[in-house]
Design a protein around this ligand. Structure first.
Ligand code: GLY
Length: 554
């Protein structure tokens, strides 16, 4: 018994969060200046990092409609400095009760293109409203009236169309035109609005006011819920009042692991992020990357990514529905086995790895990082999946619905919008959460701490990986968010990369080893990081040059 208790204490000490130093300042980095400013407005009113997170999430829901929203969901990784508690708020969407495994297949068993991406049938039951209310009530100090006020103001007064908004709206133009309420809000005369045009969202302001007044009932019950259900069903959806009334967030224990003396804390299932990140880092820990030249280092990182994404495809899904073998996947033995299968000289074709027995994300989504002056932290990655989600707005609600149902495996082995394949573990079932790649993460040792994350679908995990490796190498916030990126996700069997990820010599070397390289037409991701020097408490923050966000320490 004594031995057990000593062991337990040891385990607790090993995974205990390392305290954040108190700082006189706070730092916020988010994808939009209005959201970062709203976070500081709330801190200045006496709110803590959790109140600021509610305000930042809600403003992003208004001013970045292509990335996240109250019609979507997300994961909020929280750390409370006074007692060291760290918890993941799982506000991931759930499949409606009338959903079923083959709902996106035709009579011959083939996937019907677009059905899980556009329109109300592609929408899971939103989790963000419940998550914001929960965070405010359990962890915040201020009322929702205060924390939602900046978002309500932004919805009512409007925000200006930027070049990024235009690109996203152009990408989803056809789907937006199909929903008259969405087109009325997000387009001008059914076209992409000009730069500087002001998007006002009066219905959304009213829905947010209902949440400020009635808490979760303001969204999941009453007039807003009735409209969401009636309109969604009229347009071919399958939501019911019961789906909304029964939606619950889950507080989950985040996953924790170690790499070169740093503790990594990241998202637990139904995110694949924490498991895949730790699997990759565990493989790399035994490969002594610092002894390798750049080409060899990149070859090994790619091979470790390939293997972790294979496991993702086979084993990961909603832990409330399927048994996810977390312990095995994160064990030393498994890392040793995967590492041993890496050929130091040659790429392993994905087809040579154990096939996925029977039967995974990209584009838009958003991430923000906060540390307040008390040492509380929030890393939050939020999504409505594809840009502008399902592109469907139930009239009178202002709520742009997600298309997160596409993150399920519609059919074993058939890739989703991000080219990810999945297995039985991620098949559709009523009330189930779809697998995610969102990876809000803390990285720390006794000296330094990073609160990091990014959008980018299936590439989120490998972007956060590059960020962790650079942080461990001592790089600063600005350098980390702007690193060139490359990615391998098992299938398709290719290394997707930004234009400047490899030198000409590295490209030739990787190709010679058998890697198929695919240079992407555009850059990807929108990383936000806050770093703290734990000894001095000094904070730094940076937002990705690829985005239009704002990072501020004050
Ligand atoms: N919809 C993006 C993700 O959850 O991975």
């Amino acid at each position: 018994m004594r031995l057990i208790s000593v062991c337990l204490t040891l385990i607790l000490v090993l995974v205990a969060p390392l305290h954040t130093a108190q700082a006189r300042q706070a730092a916020i980095s988010s994808a939009h200046p209005a959201a970062t400013d709203a976070g500081f407005e709330i801190l200045e009113q006496g709110g803590n990092a959790f109140d600021a997170a509610v305000a930042v999430s809600a403003v992003l829901a208004v001013v970045e409609p292509y990335s996240s929203g109250i019609g979507g969901g997300g994961f909020w990784l929280l750390y409370r400095n006074k007692d060291g508690k760290q918890i993941m708020i799982d506000g991931r969407e759930k499949a409606p009760y009338q959903s079923h495994r083959d709902m996106y297949l035709d009579s011959t068993g083939e996937v019907i293109p677009g059905l899980s991406v556009d329109g109300p049938l592609s929408a899971g039951i939103p989790g963000e409203p419940a998550a914001l209310v929960h965070i405010a009530e359990k962890y915040g100090k201020l009322s929702l009236h205060k924390t939602l006020a900046p978002a309500i103001r932004a919805a009512r007064n409007g925000f200006k169309v930027t070049p990024h908004y235009q690109r996203m709206a152009q990408f989803r133009l056809e789907a937006l035109r199909k929903s008259p309420a969405a087109a009325k809000i997000f387009l001008l005369n059914n076209e992409v609005p000009p730069l500087g045009y002001v998007i006002k969202q009066e219905d959304l302001a009213k829905t947010l006011e209902a949440m400020a007044k009635h808490g979760r009932a303001g969204f999941y019950e009453g007039e807003v819920a009735r409209r969401l259900v009636t309109e969604t069903r009229k347009a071919g959806g399958i939501w019911s009042m019961q789906d909304l009334a029964k939606y619950q967030i889950v507080e989950r224990k985040p996953l924790t692991g170690h790499y070169r003396g740093y503790q990594i804390t990241s998202a637990a299932p139904p995110s694949s992020g924490g498991i895949a990140l730790l699997e990759i880092l565990h493989q790399l820990e035994g490969l002594d990357l610092h002894e390798q030249n750049n080409l060899q280092r990149k070859h090994l990182i790619i091979e470790a990514m390939r293997r972790a994404y294979r496991d993702r495809a086979e084993y990961l899904g909603d832990p409330d529905f399927v048994k996810v073998p977390i312990k095995t996947l994160l064990s030393k033995q498994h890392a040793d086995q995967l590492r041993k299968s890496i050929d130091p000289e040659w790429a392993t074709p994905s087809s040579d790895l154990k096939p996925v027995a029977s039967k995974d994300s990209g584009f838009h989504t958003t991430h923000f990082s906060i540390i307040d002056k008390h040492g509380n932290r929030v890393a939050a990655t939020l999504s409505i999946n594809y840009p502008f989600g399902s592109c469907y707005v139930p009239p009178g609600t202002g709520v742009l619905l997600n298309d997160e149902m596409d993150d399920f495996s519609a059919k074993p082995g058939v890739p989703n919008a991000y080219g990810l394949v999945g297995a039985e573990a991620n098949a559709i079932a009523p009330g189930k959460r779809m697998l995610s790649s969102m990876s809000p993460t803390f990285v720390e040792n006794k000296q330094r701490l990073a609160v990091i994350g990014t959008p980018g679908g299936s590439r989120i995990i490998t972007m956060v990986l590059h960020g962790i490796l650079a942080f461990v190498d001592g790089k600063d916030a600005e350098t980390i968010v702007n690193l060139p990126r490359y990615h391998h996700q098992y299938l398709p069997d290719m290394v997707q990369h930004e234009v400047d990820a490899f030198s000409a010599e590295e490209k030739a070397g990787l190709e010679k080893r058998g890697h198929q390289l695919k240079q992407l037409d555009s850059t990807y991701g929108n990383m936000h990081i806050v770093i703290q020097d734990k000894k001095t408490g000094k904070l730094s923050a940076a937002g990705d040059k690829r985005g239009e966000g704002k990072a501020l320490v004050k």
